[in-house]
Structure formats: C-alpha cells, structure tokens
Design a binder for this molecule. Structure first.
Ligand SMILES: *Cc1c(COP(=O)(O)O)cnc(C)c1O
Length: 220
C-alpha cells in the first residue's frame, strides 16, 4: 500500500478524537511529502539534527513533534519551531526547554514521559518521582512551557494483556496528574505505535505515533 493510501486508511479508521503523529524518523523528505500531499501535517522525529534538516526544506505548516530522548544541549536547535516535545523525562530537561522557549520568544508545549514498560532501557519518569517533583511546586515557575499531558510506551511483547495493563497504568497516571496538578489544557495522552495502537486507543490514547505501518519497515 502506498504512503498516501495508508494515511487515508488511518484517517478513516482512527476515532475522531485521536490525533495521528506520522513518525518519519529515518525516512526521506520525499516520503514525508507523500504523506503531506495526503493531508498529514503532524510528523514525529527522534533526532534533533534530522528533524531540523527536514524542517528547513519542507513546508512551513508541518508541525514537528520530538518523540525521542532529548539531550539538553540539543534543545536550542529545535526550540524556535518544535510544536510538541513528547519526551520530557527529567526536571532538568524541562527547565532547559523552558529557558530555550523564553529565548526563542515562544511557549513550547510538552508531554511528560512516564516509564511503565518492563524494559530497563526505556526512558521516562517513574510516576512516584514525577509526583514528588510536581508536589514541590517548582514547575509552576516554568511559564514558557505548557504541559499538555503524558507520553509513554508499552513493552515490546506479544502479550496483549500486559500491553493493555501498561497502557492502563499510563491512563491512570494521566487522570491522576490532571486532577492533582493541571487543568483543561492537560488533554493529551500519547501512546500507541504501529504494533499496538489499537490497544492504546482502547485504553484511552488521544494521540498515536505511527511510523513503520505508514512508511514501511525502516532500514537504519
Ligand atoms: C519510532 C517510534 C515510534 C513509531 O514506531 P513504529 O513502530 O514505526 O510505528 C513511536 N514512538 C516512538 C517514541 C518512537 O521512537
């Protein structure tokens, strides 16, 4: 199936309240343009250099989402244009994004990345640590960032029940954080990839990040 057909198919199959992020990391600008011509405007990348190189040559109405682990020294590169950073996994990173947003004269939307998968390698806060930091109230001084919600990943396993349990934990944490610290603008639960997005949607995802099932398998 072509990229264009795949985008069209997703557009009719995703519920209307679920936003599609087309994950274009490793794919060339031509593939992004094919999705763009099919009406897709939100693209996700995981490396700042790659995202900036693409942003420089592709249409200005594309909304670029940073979905990968972000080093603090790379924030400045993307601060002038990034639409949403999904992968805020430490207070330090959050503070740097806030500072760079101010420097760029804008407010940057962020998601807090929570670790719920069994794999050690995945980034993200553990919920207790995040709660503790938020309870300190220090985040309220970070006025150049706007916290829009939570991002997370389930384990890469075939066990549907386990995946659903992990997405369920993200949804519970999302609801709890929203009630305790945030308000109506905390409206985004980013979870679900090519292999597991239908389960994520059943569990309450409002944003899914889909790459390989749109663009084909990746060659690194
Ligand atoms: C690569 C990636 C995706 C998309 O993965 P696919 O399996 O290609 O759909 C989603 N989220 C994150 C954080 C990623 O790094």
């Amino acid at each position: 199936m072509s990229v264009k057909d795949k985008i069209a198919e997703l557009r009719v199959s995703l519920p209307p309240h679920v936003t599609l992020v087309a994950v274009s990391k490793t794919y060339p600008a031509e593939a992004i343009m094919e999705a763009y011509e099919a009406g897709q405007r939100i693209f996700g990348e995981n490396r700042p250099q790659e995202m900036s190189a693409k942003q420089a040559v592709l249409p200005p109405d594309i909304r670029w989402h940073m979905i990968g682990h972000l080093q603090t020294n790379k924030v400045r590169m993307i601060a002038p244009y990034v639409d949403l950073i999904h992968s805020v996994d430490s207070a330090r990173l959050w503070q740097v994004i806030d500072r760079e947003a101010e420097r760029a004269g804008r407010t940057i939307d962020i998601l807090l990345e929570l670790h719920v998968a069994q794999e050690e390698s995945k980034h993200g806060w553990n919920e207790a640590e995040l709660m503790e930091w938020l309870a300190s109230g220090a985040f309220r001084e970070l006025r150049n960032t706007r916290v829009r919600g939570v991002m997370g990943m389930a384990s890469f396993v075939d066990d549907r029940e386990q995946v659903a349990r992990e997405f369920g934990r993200l949804k519970t944490a999302f609801d709890r954080l929203r009630a305790a610290f945030f308000g109506a603008e905390f409206d985004t639960l980013s979870m679900g990839m090519s292999g597991d997005y239908p389960i994520a949607i059943e569990c309450g995802a409002t944003m899914v990040r889909i790459g390989s099932s749109i663009f084909g398998s990746r060659s690194y």
